[in-house]
Structures are given as structure tokens and as C-alpha cells.
Design a protein around this ligand. Structure first.
Ligand SMILES: Nc1ncnc2c1ncn2[C@@H]1O[C@H](COP(=O)(O)OP(=O)(O)O)[C@@H](O)[C@H]1O
Ligand SMILES: CC(=O)N[C@@H](CCC(=O)OP(=O)(O)O)C(=O)O
Length: 258
């Protein structure tokens, strides 16, 4: 039987705030066995871009990334956020190693070409170096993945962090039984956005369609759930959407195929 691996993805709202980041480190430490942390940071990138006088534009949950924006996201995701998380993990006794997709050729991608939209330096993932990730984990290192990939021709590409998490999860099913946890500022997918106690226990593709039609699920939650179903369809064992506080318990929303 394959060994268990837990991949935790944390969104921008958690990693930009010192207090919630410290809480994340505490809760992440409690997860037993092999683990990987994938982080976002969209809000911090938007803030930094604004400070530099660069406008942000998002299409279908993806940031239009021109040359100047690529510099911003490289600094923010690959530098500030990634290294800050690694330093905090080190201080809690976890030997973490921060990676962009270019490091160790861990995630290769090509420029996104969908419809008429020019996303610029946005990457859709072609390959994940699952062997290297496993070797790092068997060397007792915990990979911390930034939402940056590379094209193999010298350019970094900006890639949605939820997609990084599901692609890593899929690739690692070769070696592990993989659980994927999407961790954000709410306790799960809610049936009433204003009530943090209205967590939906379980979402199937059928219920998902209804929740979207009823506008209960919207915005960034739609691609997150689509990523979740795609991961389950391709062999990831378990997908949960939950909060930092429930990270090591079984709370939150379970995503199931039936
Ligand atoms: N039914 C829902 N329950 C919870 N969050 C929802 C729901 N519908 C939409 N959302 C939104 O989805 C967002 C989470 O997805 P996303 O924007 O990708 O954030 P992150 O990358 O931080 O996880 C939440 O901030 C919330 O505003
Ligand atoms: C292409 C693209 O959109 N990339 C994302 C990567 C960061 C991210 O996904 O951050 P959150 O998880 O905090 O939303 C972006 O630049 O916003």
C-alpha cells in the first residue's frame, strides 16, 4: 500500500496576515506523515502592484500578467511570501524548502491560450517533477510551492495556486495516497455566505451544479471546486475545503464524486 501524503493549499488572505500565518504553521505542524504546502498570495500581489502604480486585471480568476506584473508576482510569490513561510516553518522545527516551478524543474508549463484573451505570462501546467518532490520528502524536507511555473525557455509563468495544488496532487498519486486540502478563511463551503456555521458537509458534482445555478457558490470557489472534482476523477483519494483551525480535524466540506 502507498504511503499517505497530505497537500495543503493556503490562500492569500491567510499568508498575508502575520497572525493567521502563525496559526497555519502551528496547525500544519500537527499533520502527520509526508506533506507539502502550496501557497497563493493574490491579494498581496495586487497590493504590491498598486503601490508600484500597476493596475490589476483578472479574467476567469486569472491575473493578466504582462512583463511588469510578472516582475511583481515573481518578487511577491517567489520571494516575500515563499521565503517568509519557509523561515516560519524552520522556526517551528520543520525543515522546509521553498520552490518555484523553475527550481529543480519542478513544474513546467506553457503560456495559457484560451479564447481571445491574452493572459500574458500565465502558465497552464504540462508536467510536475513528482520524482524530485518525493525524493525531497524522503530526505525529510517539506516542499513549499509558490504559484510560479516555468516554460523551459527561460521564462517564469504565473499559475493559479489552486491549480498548482491539484496538479501536484495528481502527479504524486504515482507514489502516494494523496489527500488535498484547500484551506481558506472560512470553515468550508457555506450555504449562506454571511453565516460561518452554514458549512455544507459534502458536495457532489450534482449539488455543485445546483449551488452554482442558485448563486450560492460563486467567484474563486467555482474554479476551486472544479479543480477538486478533476483531482478526484484522476485518482486523488480525498479533497477537503476547510479553515486553518480545522486543518488537523475532520471539519469542513468534503468533495465527493457521488
Ligand atoms: N458558498 C461559498 N462558501 C464559501 N466561500 C465562497 C462561497 N462562494 C464563493 N466563495 C468565495 O470563494 C473565496 C475562496 O476562493 P478564492 O477566491 O480562490 O480564495 P483563496 O485563493 O484565498 O482560497 C472566498 O473568499 C469566498 O469569498
Ligand atoms: C494566473 C493567476 O491568476 N495566478 C494567481 C496566483 C496566486 C494565487 O492563486 O493566489 P490565491 O490562492 O491567494 O488566490 C494570481 O496571480 O492571483
Amino acid at each position: 500500500m502507498k504511503e499517505q501524503l497530505t497537500i495543503v493549499k493556503v490562500g492569500g488572505k491567510i499568508v498575508e496576515d502575520e497572525k493567521s500565518l502563525n496559526n497555519l504553521i502551528l496547525k500544519f505542524k500537527l499533520i502527520p506523515g509526508k506533506k507539502i504546502l502550496v501557497h497563493g498570495g493574490g491579494r498581496s500581489a495586487t497590493q504590491m502592484a498598486e503601490q508600484l502604480g500597476i493596475q490589476t486585471s483578472m479574467v476567469d480568476g486569472r491575473r493578466i500578467t504582462d512583463r511588469e506584473m510578472l516582475k511583481v508576482v515573481t518578487m511577491v510569490y517567489g520571494g516575500l511570501i515563499n521565503k517568509n513561510i519557509v523561515a516560519k516553518l524552520q522556526s517551528s522545527g520543520i525543515n522546509a524548502i521553498g520552490l518555484t516551478g523553475a527550481d529543480g524543474d519542478v513544474m513546467r508549463a506553457h503560456k495559457r491560450e484560451v479564447g481571445d484573451v491574452d493572459y500574458g505570462y500565465v502558465g497552464d501546467i504540462d508536467s510536475v517533477n513528482s520524482l524530485l518532490l518525493s525524493q525531497l520528502m524522503y530526505s525529510e524536507l517539506v516542499p513549499v510551492m509558490a504559484p510560479l511555473t516555468h516554460d523551459g525557455r527561460g521564462s517564469l509563468l504565473n499559475t493559479n495556486a489552486d491549480t498548482i495544488a491539484s496538479s501536484c496532487a495528481l502527479a504524486l498519486t504515482e507514489f502516494f495516497q494523496v489527500s488535498l486540502i484547500y484551506c481558506f478563511e472560512k470553515r468550508g463551503v457555506l450555504s449562506d455566505a454571511s453565516d460561518n456555521n452554514s458549512v455544507i458537509d459534502k458536495i457532489t458534482p450534482q449539488l455543485f451544479k445546483k449551488l452554482v445555478a442558485d448563486e450560492v457558490v460563486e467567484g474563486g470557489m467555482i474554479p476551486k471546486l472544479e479543480n477538486a472534482f478533476s483531482a478526484l476523477n484522476k485518482g486523488v483519494e480525498k479533497v477537503i475545503i476547510t479553515s486553518v483551525d480545522q486543518l488537523s480535524s475532520s471539519g469542513g466540506t468534503s468533495i465527493k464524486l457521488d
